[in-house]
Design a binder for this molecule. Structure first.
Ligand code: NAD
Length: 250
């Protein structure tokens, strides 16, 4: 087991983020769960009931890019000792029929919203968290990217692909800059994982047939990879990306 540390997980009310927070708590870490959904309170409470330490913060992370003072003050108060930052909150707009957008149909407003949540928010949170990590000379930044950040996916859209490819580029750059401070920066690149993002229609079933493992992944499997990257054992891994995709891209 790793040393007990404070882990901040964004988008932790549901889906991958919730399971990542649960797994980090099970590893003995104190977790701070951030989400714009009030359901984050239940997620934190479930962790507390399991005997671990968890705090919930309801906040719209988009405000970090526009009007950050309030949220930064709350983060400073609740999680100034963040040693492990998991940038998980993200969005993947789909049409009313739960299909991906052709790039010609993506309006600039949607493009900018996706880039802001999936790429600008992780950048701003990394800036915030790295200051304390540098002081303590230890840190882990883990960015939840996607298979779509590395290769074409017919199930995805250009705005999402651009944001996740950008996140993977940023991961490498930060890894280089923060390495001398004993801070590692890595990405996790899931393929198809069952979560609220993918529910609706037959999206999961349709794409599963194209995956060598012939199943979709689980949020728990992503949580396990994040827990490893957050551990002391992963101290010599930085600037990389763990593929969790059942062989859909290799
Ligand atoms: N599910 C997959 O198949 C899959 C595959 C590859 C990558 N990912 C990535 O994993 C991450 C989590 O995906 P998921 O499937 O669990 O998504 P999800 O939509 O099920 O959950 C995302 C969470 O983020 C929160 N959130 C959204 N906007 C927010 C904001 N502005 N401020 C605060 N919280 C906000 C939501 O309330 C929600 O709880 C995302 O970055 C996603 O791109 C998911």
């Amino acid at each position: 087991m790793s040393t007990t540390r404070t882990a901040l997980v964004t988008g932790a009310a549901a889906g991958l983020g919730r399971k990542i927070a649960e797994r980090l708590a099970a590893e003995g870490h104190r977790v701070v769960l951030v989400d714009r959904s009030e359901a984050v309170h239940q997620a934190a409470q479930a962790i507390t009931e399991s005997g671990a330490e968890a705090t919930a913060l309801v906040a719209d992370l988009m405000t970090l890019a526009t009007d950050p003072a309030d949220l930064i003050a709350q983060l400073d108060q609740l999680a100034s000792d963040t040693d492990i930052l998991v940038n998980n909150a993200g969005m993947h707009p789909r049409t009313a029929d739960n299909e991906s957008y052709a790039f010609e149909d993506i309006e600039v407003g949607q493009w900018e919203t996706v880039l802001r949540l999936n790429l600008t928010v992780p950048f701003l949170l990394a800036k915030w968290a790295a200051a304390g990590m540098k002081q303590r000379q230890w840190g882990r930044i883990i960015n939840i990217a996607s298979r779509t950040g590395q290769t074409f996916s017919a199930a995805s859209s250009a705005d999402y692909a651009a944001s996740k490819a950008g996140l993977m580029g940023m991961t490498r750059q930060l890894a280089g800059e923060l390495g001398p401070h004993h801070i590692t920066v890595n990405a996790v690149a899931p393929g198809l994982v069952q979560s609220p993002m993918n529910l609706g229609g037959d999206l999961l079933e349709r794409w599963t047939a194209t995956v060598p493992a012939r199943r979709f992944g689980t949020p728990e499997e992503v949580g396990a990879a994040v827990a490893f990257l957050a551990s002391d054992d992963a101290g010599y891994m930085t600037g990389t990306s763990l593929n969790i995709n059942g062989g859909a891209y290799m």
